[in-house]
Design a protein around this ligand. Structure first.
Ligand code: C5P
Length: 227
């Protein structure tokens, strides 16, 4: 049984989400997809017709968005009020705008506070939680006993994203996806507030040559080492 937090960070296309969900399922732990929270705020921003680069307007939307997110690996549903936005948050318009929204300091402050309270609650109930994102090891849960920073080559990441998109009915070429993935990583790693970077005590794991089971085995190995 997992005790405490496993922090999984890294750019998109590293297999983070699939691995985080599977690991949580295997351990009987909770699961939190923090990217889904920034995506949901982005949905609210777009619906309100607010310019994603207008920090104050974006912050105001984040303050009043009634966001709900599941904390189980089986059903990670995302809602705004009663409205299920689980599918909408994966849409291309959201993906295009989420980095601008997530760079707003007030948005991060609100989300990090929510994430910490969800983590506390789930750890109390289930003993442990796998949390995935960009700043989990550095900001959200700096005391996590296991922090892993997943990487993969740009080609591998673009390939995975393209296949994932195709599986959910969105068809883009690898070249387009690669541009999009690189653009988002650049924005996420250069923002002022909690940029994407490995925590000093994170284990870096290159997933380029590994499949999902390969990555899972490495994570389980790391957990075993830590007792
Ligand atoms: O993980 P996912 O690709 O769904 O994340 C979407 C976006 O949300 C990222 O590109 C990043 O801009 C933002 N994000 C973040 N901090 C997190 C998780 C996601 O800024 N902890």
């Amino acid at each position: 049984q997992l005790r405490g937090v496993v922090a999984l960070d890294g750019p998109s296309g590293t297999g983070k989400s699939t691995v985080a969900r599977r690991l949580a399922g295997k351990l009987g732990a909770g699961y939190l997809d923090t990217g889904a929270m920034y995506r949901a705020i982005t949905v609210a921003v777009l619906r309100a017709g607010v310019d994603p680069s207008d920090d104050d307007a974006v912050a105001a939307i984040a303050e009043r968005t009634d966001l709900h997110i599941g904390d189980s690996p089986a059903a990670a549903q995302v809602r705004i009020g009663d409205d299920d936005v689980t599918v909408e948050i994966r849409g291309p318009e959201v993906t295009l705008n989420v980095s601008a929204v997530s760079a707003v300091p007030r948005v991060r402050e609100l989300m990090v506070a929510r994430q910490r309270s969800i983590i506390t609650d789930v750890v109390r109930r289930l003993g442990g939680i796998v949390v995935e994102g960009r700043d989990i090891g550095t900001v959200v849960a700096p005391d996590a006993p296991l922090k892993v920073y997943l990487t993969a080559s740009a080609d591998a990441r673009a390939g995975r994203r393209t296949r994932q998109d195709a599986a959910s009915g969105r068809n883009a070429t690898i070249a387009e996806t690669r541009k999009d993935v690189e653009r988002r990583d650049r924005l996420d790693s250069t923002r002022t507030t909690s940029p994407l970077r490995p925590a000093h005590d994170a284990v870096e794991l290159d997933t380029t040559a590994l499949d999902i089971n390969g990555v899972l085995n490495r994570l389980v190995g790391l957990l075993d080492e830590r007792g």
